[in-house]
Design a protein around this ligand. Structure first.
Ligand SMILES: [Zn+2]
Length: 53
């Protein structure tokens, strides 16, 4: 399952959201300060190396 990483633009908190593509498109609030002003950071899923075995 893909993991999306978000960064809060207010407090700088980094948090992960696990789920489908639809989950990524949803608005997420910062778990630390509750702000909805978050930006998506690097996707850990697409950054992971492909399994060759
Ligand atoms: Zn925050």
């Amino acid at each position: 399952m893909p993991v999306y990483e978000f960064k809060c633009t207010k407090c700088g908190e980094l948090f992960e959201v696990m789920g489908s593509y639809a989950e990524r498109e949803k608005a997420h609030a910062c778990p630390r300060c509750g702000s909805a002003e978050v930006k998506q950071a690097i996707s850990l899923f697409s950054a992971a190396p492909p399994r060759s075995y």
